[in-house]
Write a protein that binds this ligand. Structure first.
Ligand code: APR
Length: 230
C-alpha cells in the first residue's frame, strides 16, 4: 500500500473495553473535577488525590482488554508498518496489548515519571506521594501523563506525519482538546482525505470529508478490511 495513513484515536475507541470516556454523559469529567486531577496545579495542591485518581484508572485498565477496534488497527499496522502512523490521546495500554505501536501524545498510565530528574519507569500498581524515584531517590514521582497546560509528547513526529498524510482517520474522539482537535485541518491542508469514525457526530464532524457513525468495534474492523483489500 503506497498511501500514508495517519490515525488519531480518543477515549471512544476504548469505551467498549469498559474504560470511561471524558465528555459523554457520566464521563470522567462529570465524575471528577479535571482542575483537581489533571493539572500540575491540582497535583501540587493534593498529590494524594491525583495519585488515587490514576491508581483507580490503572486498576480499571488492567481489568480491561483490547477490543476489535484495537486489534483491527494492529492488523493494519502489521501489514503496512511504514505506511501507518497511529497517534492516540489515550493513556491506556490497550494498543500495546493488541500489538500496535502508538504515539501516546498524552503520555501513558502504565509509566511513571520523576519530576525531579525526568527518569521514566513502568508504573507500580499504586503510586503515592511518598514514592521515591528509582533513579535519584527524590520523593517526586508522578504518572507519566500530560496534564492540561503541559506540552503533549511527540508533536514533531506527529506534525511531520500529518504533513505527509494521504489519509487521516479520527476514531472515537470529540475533537474538544487541542492540539489533537486541529490535526484534521493539518492533514487536509497537506492534501489528505479525512474520515471520522465516531459513535455520533462530534463538534469536529463538519471538518471531515466523510463521517461514519456507530460503535468503533463495528466501524473500525470494516474500515481496516476495506483498506487491506484495497
Ligand atoms: N465507539 C466510537 N466512538 C465512541 C464510542 C464508541 N463505542 N463511545 C464514545 N465514543 C465517542 C464519543 O461520541 C465522543 O465523541 O468518543 C468521543 C469521546 O470524546 P471525549 O470523551 O471528549 O474523549 P477524547 O476526545 O479522547 O478527549 C480528548 O481530553 O480530557 C482530555 O486528555 C483527555 O485525551 C483526552 C482528551
Amino acid at each position: 500500500m503506497s498511501e500514508r495513513i495517519v490515525i488519531l484515536t480518543g477515549a471512544g475507541i476504548s469505551a467498549e473495553s469498559g474504560l470511561g470516556t471524558f465528555r459523554d454523559a457520566g464521563g470522567l469529567w462529570a465524575q471528577y473535577d479535571l482542575e483537581e486531577v489533571a493539572t500540575p496545579e491540582g497535583f501540587a495542591r493534593d498529590p494524594a488525590k491525583v495519585h488515587a485518581f490514576y491508581n483507580a484508572r490503572r486498576e480499571n485498565c488492567r481489568a480491561a482488554a483490547p477490543n476489535a477496534a484495537h486489534h483491527a488497527i494492529a492488523r493494519l499496522q502489521a501489514a503496512h508498518p511504514a505506511a501507518v502512523t497511529l497517534i492516540t490521546q489515550n493513556i491506556d495500554d490497550l494498543f500495546a496489548r493488541a500489538g500496535a505501536e502508538a504515539l501516546h501524545m498524552h503520555g501513558e498510565l502504565m509509566r511513571a515519571l520523576c519530576h525531579s530528574c525526568a527518569a521514566r519507569w513502568p508504573a507500580p500498581e499504586r503510586m503515592a506521594p511518598e514514592g521515591a524515584c528509582p533513579q535519584c531517590g527524590a520523593r517526586a514521582t508522578r504518572p507519566d501523563v500530560v496534564w492540561f497546560g503541559e506540552m503533549p509528547y511527540h508533536l514533531d513526529e506527529i506534525l511531520a506525519a500529518l504533513g505527509a498524510a494521504d489519509r487521516f482517520v479520527a476514531i472515537g474522539t470529540s475533537g474538544a482538546v487541542q492540539p489533537a482537535g486541529s490535526f484534521v485541518q493539518e492533514a487536509a491542508a497537506a492534501g489528505a482525505r479525512t474520515l471520522e469514525l465516531n459513535l455520533e457526530p462530534s463538534e469536529a464532524t463538519p471538518l471531515f470529508d466523510e463521517a461514519r457513525h456507530g460503535p468503533a468495534t463495528a466501524l473500525v474492523p470494516d474500515w481496516v478490511e476495506a483498506v487491506l483489500a484495497g
